[in-house]
Design a protein. Sequence first.
Length: 332
Amino acid sequence: MKDSFYSSFEGMHRGDREDIKNRLRVYLPFIKPFSLTSRDPVLLDLGCGRGEWLELVTTVGFTAKGADLDEGMLSYCTDLGLDVVQDDAISFLKQFQDNSVDVVSSFHVVEHIGFDNVKLLIQESLRVLKPGGMIILETPNPENIVVASSSFYLDPTHIQPIPNQLLSFLTEYIGFARTKVLRLQENKTLYSKENIELIDVIAGVSPDYSVVAQKKSDDSVLAHFDEAFNLEFGLSFNVLANKFDSGLNNKFHKLSIEIDALKRDLNLISEEYSILRKQNSELQSQIVRQDSEVTKQNSEIARQGSEINEVRHLISRSIFNRIKAKIRSIRR
């Protein structure tokens, strides 16, 4: 039965066992302190799938029981000798007594069952959990625009996405003492990426999130879990959008500085151009003056040339007249 539709679908789109187990290790800091508060901690996994989480928690001292409706998924669990039954989540919870369980986990189930059943699941979980007990609800994150608009609907059994604000409020409203939102499975390179792009804002928000909620107990019990609840997880839409805006602002600031520098250069060029125009105007005036002077000098030269010619003419006539007079005197 391992080739059932949902088993094959999970195998293609969710990842192999080791990948899933590595992702689930993020929850170990939340559940390990139960070894300090409970002699034999018990965990119920609703929609246990192929049993990766059941397998992991048994390595840290939990007695783990799981339930799932898909026979193909459960066949992986039975092959591993895990304690599982074929049942729906709420029916499975109702079989347990009040205050009898340390952890209830549900990975990618709440988006399949409708809001009324989500409320009932949380109510039943609160009932069966011991004081200080914990519920873990993981689901696709609609803060991620690609998830909310596309990939969520890749699974035909999904009903509707649930915003983390609604799911965390619901756990508090039903009676859990404190909640923590964990954003998960984001691309880690985005933490150090200097220039966040628009595609990062659209697709880079943590694609999954979980709400971890803890039932009321003595402060001395809850204190064992404070360190985990104080950790920060994942990338929200606001964080990436702010980084994108900050990057744009930095680019605009640099561009503004470059524009100011260009304006200063342009002003210098304009000033130099004005100086050159003034110098050119002065040169043109000087050329005009020199042309006028040359014209005057040419006129003077012409006048003097005319006078010289007149003198030459007079000298020539005087010489001619003298010669003529001399000749006359000789003839006499």
